[in-house]
Design a binder for this molecule. Structure first.
Ligand SMILES: C/C(=C\COP(=O)(O)O)CCC[C@H](C)CCC[C@H](C)CCCC(C)C
Ligand SMILES: Nc1ccn([C@@H]2O[C@H](COP(=O)(O)OP(=O)(O)O)[C@@H](O)[C@H]2O)c(=O)n1
Length: 301
């Protein structure tokens, strides 16, 4: 098989365009072509099929490098977030319980905000999901006391017991993985579900602990103040995230309909969160899953 290539190439060091005007014909086997092949210095012309292959291969490499860099950046951000709040609570600048809740609220929200920095490739969601996956492994090895990351344990657990990492926090990052892989930037369902888990449920705890004197008649552990704040902030955070993604061009939404649908999903999430089922199913599972079902039935994608 012979291959005629005409491509103006750049000097690998000076970067200047080099190469003769002649077209070179290379005797080449398909096996060699599939490998890496240097044609410098040469002026070669590609037939359309080969050119398309080369351009798509270059684009794929570009996307892989882009997504690998984005994953590294978000991983550093995740580590820095936990470390920062650990420092703040260590220095008594913030209550440990509040610090933990802020990690709960901010982790998921910032994770969703980071999704647009990944490439447009179909593999981008897998790179993004690597971030919660790495944190999942971190939670498991610390939760099993295989290693001891005091900063993580202090900033993410209530009583400082490493085993706590294997419940709420672990379910939380598993939901981040699920939303990124199944819904990603393509559907509002994932964004709304995570907004309910991070923004709604996170705020419910903060408000409920402080102002939750009027308990819910069917669940003495939850209060009206907590549930009302869950509904309001779940709605506001979801709407804010949908607006963020719509101005970036990911969704074209009819906002009157959207606000009604988000309110419905927020109501469902609030009711589920208020139920006395936390002993059976952690609300980091029940709230996002109920939100996913409600949002999928409302938005249809
Ligand atoms: C404290 C957390 C959950 C506990 O939930 P609950 O029991 O109070 O209901 C959150 C645990 C967060 C985790 C350790 C770190 C997750 C980081 C995230 C995957 C990526 C964040 C990226 C961003 C750029 C900071
Ligand atoms: N709807 C709610 C939710 C939480 N809360 C308060 O927040 C505390 C923690 O709530 P939670 O057990 O759902 O906490 P997480 O599982 O979300 O970490 C509860 O014990 C209540 O004091 C509330 O009053 N009303």
């Amino acid at each position: 098989m012979s291959l005629s290539l005409s491509l103006l190439s750049r000097h690998p060091i000076s970067g200047r365009h080099v190469g003769s005007a002649a077209t070179h014909v290379f005797p080449i086997s398909p096996r060699v072509f599939r490998g890496s092949m240097s044609v410098w210095p040469a002026r070669v012309s590609l037939d359309p099929h080969t050119l398309r292959f080369r351009v798509s291969a270059a684009a794929r490499v570009g996307h892989l490098l882009h997504d690998a860099g984005a994953t590294a950046a978000v991983l550093v951000g995740a580590y820095g977030l936990v470390l920062s709040f650990d420092n703040l609570s260590q220095r008594k600048l913030i209550q440990q319980s509040l610090s933990r809740k802020l990690v709960h609220i901010l982790s998921g929200l910032l994770f969703m905000v980071s999704w647009p920095i990944f490439s447009t490739s179909t593999e981008a969601r897998y790179f993004a999901a690597l971030v919660p996956l790495v944190n999942c492994l971190r939670l498991v090895i610390n939760g099993l006391s295989l290693v001891k990351d005091d900063g993580l344990i202090k900033s993410v657990t209530r009583e400082g017991n490493p085993k706590e990492l294997l419940r709420g926090p672990l379910y939380y990052v598993l939901m981040l993985i699920l939303s990124a892989l199944v819904f990603w930037r393509d559907s509002p369902v994932g964004v709304i579900s995570l907004s309910m888990m991070c923004g709604g449920d996170g705020i419910a705890d903060v408000i409920g602990r402080r102002f939750g004197s009027m308990k819910i008649f069917y669940n003495e552990k939850k209060s009206w103040a907590g549930s009302i704040s869950m509904f309001v902030f779940g709605f506001l955070v979801s709407t804010g995230m949908l607006y963020f993604y719509s101005i970036l061009g990911y969704y074209q939404l009819d906002w009157i309909e959207t606000l009604q649908r988000v309110a419905l999903v927020s109501l469902v999430a609030t009711v589920v969160e208020s139920l006395p089922i936390t002993e059976v199913v952690d609300d980091n599972i029940s709230v996002p899953l109920a939100s996913m079902v409600a949002a999928y039935l409302s938005f249809g994608y």
